[in-house]
Write a protein that binds this ligand. Structure first.
Ligand code: PLP
Length: 449
């Protein structure tokens, strides 16, 4: 592999059979005086780094220097790595000829960039099920929100109706779809929805924040125009994200940030801006974050089969195990049997979700998330539909840091909470939510610097 920098690259094999993560096996204290292996069920929010990703960052740090305009040897190496990372990510997303890979901070940043790049008269069509990052960046006056569908067929019908309703509106249309729900983990039926958008002449942007860690992405095969995802949800928590896809609107738009790196020439008469990814990457780039992202993409691509097998087993056991516990309600958009990532959202009758997550953490060493997961419209709709009194829910999201023992511990802990409530005493505090009363643990954290 070589790049325009004239440096040649050699790839060291990723010889990791099971993709270990940094921090696996670290012991943490419970309120009952035990030390247990931290059971991370919060991958949907953010993942730990893969060991191979942290190692790549450490290696790249040895030659770290400024990129693009520096002429020193380390600048040449860092610049070459930065551009090689772009190629790696392009392969990861199955980029087509002419597609661009723009490095951003995260998915939120990517969709805000895309929103700014839309031609002025674009109409956006988006389901209310979406994460706020995908729901909110668009001009509200030109956005049609489709309700939460009741089934795959309903989603198709809603999209068809939305496209019909907007057919006479002047200007291009953009359909924004999600690859996998961050609330229910369900994979969206892209193979059914994208052709509907295409047949109506609309463009498609895909939120792959929850899809990329679990399933292969392929812009060409999916026939979508743009895809966005975050490094920190893909075992590369070093502050880089991606917007990849068609160049035309990106090149025609004003730069996302005005500043150095995005310009071709600045004269008293005005500024000539770059085209290509540099147009939207003004400022000094996050080289190590981008190296981390590329390393994660390479590792996940190489071990896609192992990741899939690990997660399929977890997803099945989590879904079946939680659904079988009396007093536990699990949630779904398309129906309980729908294919999904290892993510399950549930409530326990009569127990506040914040108390459930506090007790799972304090008493069992299990990290989960409670609330509405930045998808308020979807969570409100699912809770209302089910008739529960709960106003928030608990989400468990497994991944490469999750073991079979973690799953069994979680299921036993939820069953115990559902049947007898928490064992420790808790109090609610406005700043921190539910906390253990008179917590006996040493609550000081040693600063890592
Ligand atoms: C489906 C989905 N889209 C977008 C985002 C936003 O990602 P980020 O916070 O990395 O910008 C998230 C984050 O949870 C998500 O789950």
């Amino acid at each position: 592999m070589s790049t325009a920098s004239s440096l040649e690259f050699r790839r060291s094999p990723i010889a990791l059979a099971e993709l270990p993560v940094v921090g696996a096996g670290e012991l943490i204290p419970t309120v009952h005086g035990e030390w247990v292996d931290y059971a991370n069920f919060d991958h949907g929010a953010s993942t730990p780094a893969l060991v191979s990703v942290a190692a790549a960052v450490e290696r790249a740090s040895l030659t770290y220097s400024s990129v693009h305009r520096g002429k020193g040897w380390n600048s040449r190496v860092s610049s070459a790595l930065y551009e090689a990372a772009r190629e790696e990510v392009a392969s990861f997303v199955g980029a087509r000829e002419g597609d661009q890979v723009v490095f951003t901070r995260n998915t939120t940043d990517s969709f805000n960039l895309l929103a700014r790049a839309l031609p002025r008269d674009t109409t956006v069509i988006v389901f209310e099920t979406e994460h706020h990052a995908t729901l909110l960046p668009w001009d509200a006056r030109r956005t049609l929100r489709l309700p939460v569908p009741a089934s795959v067929k309903d989603a198709e019908a809603l999209l068809r109706t939305g496209l019909k309703e907007t057919a006479a509106v002047k200007g291009p249309r953009l359909v924004v779809l999600n690859g996998a729900s961050n609330v229910t983990g369900e994979y969206w039926p892209l193979e059914r929805l994208v052709p509907i958008a295409r047949a109506a002449g609309a463009r498609v942007a895909l939120d792959a924040a929850q899809l990329a860690p679990h399933r292969r992405l392929d812009l060409a095969a999916l026939d979508v125009d743009w895809v966005a995802f975050s490094g920190h949800k893909l075992y590369a928590p070093y502050g880089a994200g991606v917007l990849a896809g068609r160049a035309d609107w990106l090149d025609a738009a004003a730069p996302y940030l005005a500043g150095g790196g995005a310009t071709q020439a600045v004269t008293p008469a005005g500024t000539r801006w770059q085209t290509g990814p540099a147009r939207h990457e003004a400022g000094s780039p996050n080289v190590l974050g981008v190296v981390a992202l590329a390393a994660a993409c390479a590792a996940l691509r190489e071990h896609a089969g192992a990741v899939h097998a690990h997660e399929e087993a977890l997803a099945q056991r989590l879904r079946d195990g939680l659904a079988a516990i009396p007093g536990v309600e699990t949630y779904s958009i398309f129906g309980p049997a729908h294919d999904r990532a290892p993510v399950v959202t549930f409530t326990i009758d009569g127990l506040d979700s914040g108390l459930v997550s506090a007790a799972l953490s304090a008493e069992h060493g299990i990290g989960v998330r409670d609330g509405k997961f930045c998808a308020h419209l979807l969570v409100d709709s699912l809770l209302e539909e089910s008739g529960t009194d709960a106003t928030t829910a608990v989400r468990v999201s497994a991944g490469l840091a999750t073991t079979d023992e973690h799953v069994e511990r979680l299921l036993a802990a939820v069953a115990s909470l559902a049947s007898g409530g928490p064992r420790a005493a808790y109090e609610h505090d406005a700043g921190h939510g539910w906390v253990v009363r008179d917590d006996p643990r040493d609550l000081t954290v040693t600063l890592p610097w």
